[in-house]
Ligand binder design. Structure first.
Ligand code: ZN
Length: 395
């Protein structure tokens, strides 16, 4: 009996299998050119994760818009000299955990908790240029592609269905969800060294002294010895510091400075003046962290006393009111809790975490943003399953 000719549909079904095999063979051969995501898909994936990622980490830092403008200015100065042109964007996140992250496509965030650990504008440039390289070199995107391939090899049915239809939408959805994990997961040693090295080249191109990348790494190594859990969950976990990085950065800095122009800056004074407001508020943020630690330990009277001290220092911070609301809830002082959450929303109506709390016991996160008629962002898979980085704005 002659073999039946495959129907056009059957042929379509085989095609993705053949393509997948070819892609997998490339991966196994460590082909550096393996690219499942084209640039627009890479950018869209990051853009899709940008808002949920910010929300799940504490939301934008609205207390000092000038600080975000400043970080953005330094970031864009570095982005202009980067080897890869992407729609880079920089935000400051309202979270005490010292951390910074980059999404595929160039959306980059730095926590206020990291900014207070830096000593100069050049150290800020070292952080931002390092993140720029993670995005530019597709460090996350490559991992996502590997994840996509793995899903595909394991035979994710939805992907096969969508591929048959010539639509890769679903697989990129999966990829976007994977993307969220890369904010808090660890980059490998090679990616870290690459980001340090190219980051320092961008620093010099933009006029910053690359020695700041050495002092920054020394600070990280020193702090990692303290083994603070906040640090281990944040910057140190996603960008593991090491003495090797300190030494390599020192060599790179000395090489770069030999051929660099002479007017490279550190910008100690400008950095301190730009951080003025944040530095003034830091004792209140620290007091809030102390209160949340007490809350977590079930020491409710201590938590209440600590948070009152924070509120005595400032009434301008949504995070502090949110913490006060959480503590009042634990103490079953519901009217008081309602008032605190309302105050948090008044200060920052764009951070969705305050909404469910303001409803006292309501399970919904679908509260409408007041005045905009838009639904508030829903928690992403990252929000639901992602590792929390510190206590700032904890659920
Ligand atoms: Zn890194």
């Amino acid at each position: 009996m002659p073999r039946a000719k495959p129907s056009p549909m059957q042929r379509l079904l085989w095609l993705p299998m053949i393509l997948r095999r070819a892609a997998l063979a490339k991966l196994m051969a460590e082909d550096p050119e393996l690219m499942l995501l084209d640039e627009s898909q890479e950018i869209n994936m990051g853009a899709k994760q940008y808002e949920p990622s910010q929300q799940s980490q504490g939301g934008r830092y609205v207390s000092d818009p000038g600080l975000t403008d400043y970080v953005s200015e330094i970031g864009q100065r570095l982005a202009r000299v980067a080897d890869r042109s992407l729609p880079y964007e920089f935000v400051v996140i309202d979270d005490s955990t010292p951390n910074a992250w980059a999404l595929p496509g160039g959306n980059i965030a730095v926590n206020r908790g990291l900014l207070t650990k830096l000593n100069s504008e050049a150290e800020l440039a070292a952080v931002l240029s390092h993140e720029i390289v993670h995005a530019a070199a597709r460090h996350s995107a490559k991992s996502i592609e590997r994840g996509m391939l793995l899903s595909s090899v394991l035979g994710v049915a939805s992907a096969a269905i969508d591929q048959r239809a010539g639509n890769y939408g679903r697989i990129f959805e999966d990829g976007a969800q994977l993307g969220a994990q890369f904010i808090v997961s660890s980059y490998g040693r090679e990616a870290e060294l690459e980001s340090d090295a190219y980051g320092m080249i961008y620093m010099v191109r933009a006029g910053f002294d690359p020695e700041a990348a050495v002092s920054l790494q020394e600070t990280f190594v020193q702090l990692s010895k303290g083994q603070s859990s906040n640090w281990l969950d944040g910057m140190l976990a996603s960008h593991p510091p090491s003495q090797e990085r300190v030494e390599k950065n020192r060599q790179t800095a000395s090489r770069l400075k030999q051929s660099a122009r002479q007017d490279l800056i550190f910008g100690f004074d400008r950095y301190q003046s730009m951080l003025n407001r944040l530095s003034q508020l830091s004792p209140a943020y620290n007091q809030t962290q102390t209160a949340l630690i007490a809350l977590k330990a079930g020491e409710l009277d201590q938590a209440e006393s600590d948070i009152q001290k924070a509120l005595e220092q400032t009434q301008s911070e949504a995070q502090i009111y949110s913490a006060a609301g959480q503590i009042a809830m634990a103490r079953k002082e519901f009217t008081q809790a309602q008032r605190h959450f309302s105050d948090a929303i008044k200060i920052n109506p764009d951070h969705f975490r305050y909404f469910p709390r303001s409803r006292l016991g309501g399970q919904s996160t679908g509260a409408k943003r007041r005045g905009t008629g838009r639904p508030s962002p829903k928690p992403s898979p990252a929000t639901q399953s992602g590792r929390r980085t510190g206590l700032g704005g904890a659920w």
